[in-house]
Design a protein around this ligand. Structure first.
Ligand code: PA5
Length: 434
């Protein structure tokens, strides 16, 4: 269906050691499952794959279809949890060169995730006079970066299509009742989609936050949800012995307790680059608090073997790796024999490119394990909607479990406010003078 298997062999941690956490894991599992649909906690994502708003889901598909018909460009405006999930899925499941390739779906651009003047100027130039639509995504409705980008692109849309025409091209994903963005949408008559109260930004990819941009890219969001549902069912067993998701959570904590405080997520598929960015936010914001946390890093191999490889092999021994292995490549080709063999590559003739990639992976894992970098291997059967939905849910649940084992609240992010306070004071925002 959408198989994912976790191999812990190269962590050198025995099942006996892992199972010492059996009772603690069962207790945490009970807390997580006590009342996932309550408005008062941040556990709404737990049952989301089987308990999502079906009416809104249909509206998402219709809105995506409209954008695909009337727009050559689609701008996804959001930051952090309000855009990383969408970008992760879109880049993983579309053509590597999606934005440059011949397609029937709009070019997809991301704005509101920085405050660079040249980024926005270049984007406006790139769009030119092409038809475009925007989806502004902000749970709070007040985040500076997306609010600024929205102000800019809303004005461009209104000048280009008029107030009424712009209304057709502005889609808003925000809180169901509160916040500046919700208020503005109600006043202007924009179509809105909801970020549920009990789902935090970094756990929201399977809500309208992620699903609308993903659907615009032509990805089958039903299958994505089916994969997540499969994972939801698969990891309900609170018995650590049978729950690989919880085993992963325990093992990273066990490694952390032996001074391994950096986890590097490794992929051998460039399409997974933004999945790593999503994963970094998920774990970084969930666990990095109260002076605790495993620092989440990421590398794209074999690219980064030629930049970060040296450090991983030989630098400080405070690292462990989690490698995502896509077992069956979506496409492949066979290396041909050449008569003169000037490049010396004939020894690979008849082999496929993916075979070479897998051998690079196997060789690297062995080298890093020999270099005292423990390795967790996550084998995903293939890179498709269902398996990626499964993987998303796997990491969300693992993160909730892991954060609790670590002794932190994995659903808040108090530290993020600090830079904002200083920035607002420097900018003279009313209310931040002192
Ligand atoms: O995970 C989170 O909660 C954050 O990364 C938010 O998604 C991010 O700060 C954007 O917030 P908002 O959606 O309110 O604009």
């Amino acid at each position: 269906m959408s198989n994912i298997k976790v191999n812990l062999e190269n962590t050198k941690i025995s099942m006996e050691e892992i199972l010492k956490y059996k009772e603690e894991v069962e207790q945490i599992d009970k807390i997580l499952r006590k009342d996932p649909n309550s408005e008062n906690n941040f556990l709404g994502w737990m049952e989301l794959p089987s308990n999502y708003d079906k009416e809104e889901f249909e509206r998402i598909k219709l809105a995506a279809e409209r954008v695909r018909k009337n727009s050559e460009v689609f701008i996804c405006i959001g930051i952090g949890g309000s855009y990383l999930g969408a970008r992760a899925v879109i880049e993983a499941l579309t053509n590597t060169f999606y934005n440059y390739s011949k397609r029937e779906t709009p070019q997809i651009l991301y704005a509101g995730n920085n405050i660079s003047a040249s980024y926005i100027t270049d984007m406006i130039e790139l769009i030119g006079d092409r038809d475009f639509s925007i989806n502004v995504i902000s749970k709070s409705g007040t985040t500076t970066e997306p609010a600024l980008a929205f102000r800019i692109f809303r004005e461009i849309l209104e000048n280009k299509y008029g107030i009424k025409g712009a209304r057709e091209r502005i889609l808003v994903t925000t809180d169901k009742a509160k916040g500046a963005l919700k208020q503005l949408s109600d006043e202007e008559g924009y179509e809105t989609f909801v970020v549920p109260d009990n789902i935090g930004g970094r756990y929201s990819v399977l809500t309208a936050v992620g699903l609308l941009p993903i659907a615009v890219a032509g990805i089958d969001i039903e299958k994505l949800m089916q994969g997540a549902k499969y994972a939801q069912d698969k990891y309900t067993d609170s018995n650590l012995k049978y729950n690989e998701c919880y085993q992963y959570a325990v093992v990273r904590n066990l490694l952390n307790r032996t001074n391994k405080d950096i986890e590097i997520l490794v992929n051998y598929e460039p399409k997974m680059h933004y999945f790593t960015e999503w994963w970094k936010q998920l774990f970084g914001e969930s666990e990095g608090k109260d002076g605790k946390g495993i620092f989440p890093a990421g590398v794209d191999f074999t690219t980064d073997l030629h930049s970060m490889g040296q450090y991983i092999q030989d630098g400080r021994r405070n690292l462990f790796e989690t490698v995502i292995n896509i077992e069956n490549a979506n496409s492949d080709f066979t290396i041909k024999e050449e008569a003169d063999n000037l490049d010396g590559l004939n020894y690979l003739a008849g082999k496929t490119m993916d075979f070479v990639n897998k051998k690079a992976m196997e060789g690297t894992i062995q080298a890093h394990v020999d270099g005292r970098v423990p390795n967790i291997l996550i084998n995903m059967e293939r890179l498709d909607e269902k398996t990626l939905g499964h993987l998303i849910y796997f990491f969300e649940l693992a993160c909730a479990m892991s954060g609790n084992i670590l002794g932190v609240n994995p659903f808040n992010q108090p530290g993020v406010e600090e830079y904002k306070k200083n920035m607002f004071k420097l900018l003279g925002k009313p209310g931040y003078e002192n």
